[in-house]
Design a protein around this ligand. Structure first.
Ligand SMILES: [Zn+2]
Length: 293
């Protein structure tokens, strides 16, 4: 399941690049770091990205994004080192999926404390993957890191994509890092495996209630731009429209295959992964409207 995700993100990345021309493919570096504010940076490696926060007393990093590619972690650390020589104090996991959190050992060897939601630790303890560092500290509903005069808040906003997503809020910068459950202008991944309905909708409301203006996602959707609250509302509307359409189809006995073939939502046909993943999203809502989970 997780391996499939990595492969697919690679495919998505390729599609994205082809859409902007072969010239761009040659120019698009394997990885890059973008400064967003005086303290916040995005590190992108291929189709994954992480936030890191730099303070005079140390660095708060997030997802190592080193699944089956230790070179991504090496690049991540060397990119941080170009900005600061301050120690890397923390690594925060967005959720437990390997494609985002594998490969953290070099951070651990540098003395970083690993933080994740309590449910993430439970899942990772069950899986015991050799390339995944288990969290040292767990968060339940909320936790605050204060480092070098910078405040970083970790919020659990309920179950959505996984039962352990933590969002990272920089209140002064009004910046939010949220991974996988808010694809920007993009249809949800495949059949929304490891997802919780209807909790996901509540989760989006909880994100909207937080104080932020710009959202850093865990993948470079929509040309790599940052998200807004409008994007969160659009996703919620997409999922509501999809849910309504699938409910109707389910009541007509069209789930699974016929619904997956027939349902179209033209309003969203320009969204990323629409052709590829809409049938999977329909399958997920068929499960909900036939089984209530
Ligand atoms: Zn995920």
């Amino acid at each position: 399941m997780l391996r499939a995700r990595v492969v697919r993100r690679g495919v998505l990345g390729t599609a994205l690049l082809l859409a902007i021309g072969t010239h761009a493919v040659a120019q698009m570096p394997t990885f890059e770091t973008r400064k967003v504010t005086d303290t916040a940076y995005i590190f992108r490696y291929m189709g994954h990205q992480s936030l890191f926060v730099v303070t005079p007393e140390g660095v708060i990093a997030t997802d190592p994004i080193g699944y089956l590619r230790p070179q991504a972690v090496t690049a991540y650390i060397s990119e941080i080192r170009k900005v600061t020589s301050a120690p890397i104090k923390y690594v925060v996991y967005s959720h437990h999926h390997y494609d985002h959190i594998s490969g953290g050992r070099p951070f651990k060897d540098m003395g970083a404390t690993f933080i994740a939601h309590r449910n993430a630790r439970t899942r990772l303890e069950a899986l015991r993957h050799p390339d995944v560092v288990l969290p040292d500290v767990v968060v339940d509903d909320r936790s605050v890191l204060e480092l070098g005069g910078v405040r970083v808040e970790l919020h659990y906003v309920g179950r959505n994509h996984s039962d352990n997503s933590l969002v990272v809020l920089l209140p002064k910068e009004r910046l939010l890092f949220a991974v996988d459950f808010i694809p920007i202008g993009t249809v949800n991944f495949r059949n929304m495996l490891d997802s919780y309905l209807p909790d996901w909708f509540d989760s989006l409301d909880r994100v909207l209630a937080l104080e932020w203006d710009r959202l850093i996602p865990g993948h470079p959707y929509a040309g790599g731009r940052l998200g807004t609250k409008e994007d969160v509302r659009a996703l919620k509307q997409f999922m509501a429209d999809l849910s309504d359409a699938v409910r109707l189809a389910a009541d007509q006995g069209k789930c699974w295959d016929q619904a997956m073939k027939e349902i179209r939502l033209p309003k969203y046909e320009k969204w990323g992964a629409y052709d590829q993943d809409l049938p999977g999203n329909i399958e997920r809502f068929c499960a909900y409207w036939g089984r209530g989970f």
